[in-house]
Design a protein around this ligand. Structure first.
Ligand SMILES: [Zn+2]
Length: 365
């Protein structure tokens, strides 16, 4: 089978890098549009505008309504007509909208994440939602962003909860990419993983483990340290490439299953993914010490480990059944696991991971 690896053309990270945006644009452009919600535009639009104008590029701002629906994408694309540079700013949703706008305009794309919580900044796909804010579909784009510009000062002054969530997503990247690699499963591009993507996913994990506690302590104080730089790179660049070129497995499918139950809706993507990773470890028959190790680290950095931690205090039989069945939908990446996965096996792994976490936190281990 063919091996495939894709990544953004350029990645620039550091404190106050927004002002130098014009010098990192690959091809010259004349007209840029900055797309983000009102709050984010207020924080980052000025330095970005100054940075582009200093390079003779004119700049318009377009306010993103908040949900990446197909009608919102069409509205933004119409408003951005004529631009040869699209700059998406904010969290996953506005970056996904900017990617879809870029495809329609056939322009350059710069993503400027203002939180380090998802893999959206580097990846080539957009998640579209319905008007009711339910998952609608994935839109796959032919290319990754041209430039990913990450201002660590902006990220560190954002909510610590998002920062932690990105760490959980980054940890999952390793366990899923490793499983997909060993199983010879296909990645997002329909090819097999590469040694390169596998190595990036592994470094993603070790970076979060080595720098996570110190980085969270810094972000709690809006501080930028070398450990913050390390974890931002892991959460954004390594996790983004690691999942997209490396491949996914059980953890993200369990996340999808968990979203089918109302009680988990207040938990973030990364928080639900963390429960998914612990479930994957049980499903794969990992030794107890390895599971305890991840529980201990999660608790140390403030990530959820039990179902109660993500809103499912006393899950009913039917809730567990709903989660397990949604996790095993035919299109889910859990089928990249190198053995047959059934809803029964998922349910059993989920409740066992939950029990192990409770024992650990209760000190009854
Ligand atoms: Zn994720």
């Amino acid at each position: 089978m063919t091996r495939t690896f894709n990544a953004p053309r350029a990645y620039v990270q550091g404190r106050d890098v927004l002002a130098s945006i014009g010098t990192h644009i690959g091809e010259p452009g004349e007209q840029a549009v900055v797309i983000g919600d009102a709050t984010v535009l207020e924080i980052v639009a000025d330095p970005i505008t100054d940075g582009l104008e200093a390079n003779e590029i004119t700049v318009d701002q377009i306010e993103f309504a908040g949900t990446c629906t197909s009608s919102e994408v069409e509205r933004l694309a119409a408003a951005a007509a004529g631009a040869d540079i699209v700059v998406g700013v904010g969290g996953g949703r506005s970056l996904d909208a900017a990617k879809a706008v870029r495809t329609r305009l056939d322009s350059q794309l710069v993503t400027v994440p203002t939180i380090a919580s998802t893999d959206a900044p580097t990846s080539s796909l957009s998640v579209l939602y319905t008007e009711d804010d339910e998952f609608d579909e994935f839109e796959f784009h032919e290319v990754n962003p041209d430039l990913v510009l990450v201002d660590t000062g902006v990220i560190a002054s954002g909510p610590t909860r998002h920062f932690r969530s990105g760490m959980a997503d980054a940890i999952a990247t390793w366990f899923e990419a490793d499983t997909a690699y060993r199983a010879g499963a296909t990645n997002v591009f329909g090819g097999q993983s590469t040694r390169t993507a596998h190595a990036i996913a592994e470094t993603c994990y070790t970076t979060v483990r080595e720098h996570g506690r110190s980085a969270v302590a810094a972000v709690e104080r809006d501080a930028v340290t070398e450990s913050v730089e390390a974890v931002v790179e892991a959460n954004t660049l390594m996790s983004g490439i690691g999942f997209e070129s490396g491949g996914l497995a059980a953890a993200h499918s369990v996340h999808d299953g968990l979203t089918s139950v109302e009680a988990t809706h207040d938990a973030t993507h990364g928080e639900k993914v963390n429960i998914g990773t612990l479930t994957q470890l049980v499903l794969e028959g990992r030794e107890t010490d390895a599971i305890h190790d991840l529980i201990e680290f999660s608790l140390a950095v403030g990530l959820p480990v039990s179902l109660a931690d993500i809103g499912l205090t006393e899950p009913s039989k039917s809730e567990l059944q709903t989660i397990a069945e949604a996790t095993c939908e035919p299109f889910e990446t859990i089928h990249n696991e190198p053995f047959e996965v059934t809803p029964q096996a998922v349910r059993d792994a989920l409740v066992t991971a939950d029990r192990l976490a409770r024992e650990y936190t209760d000190g009854t281990d």
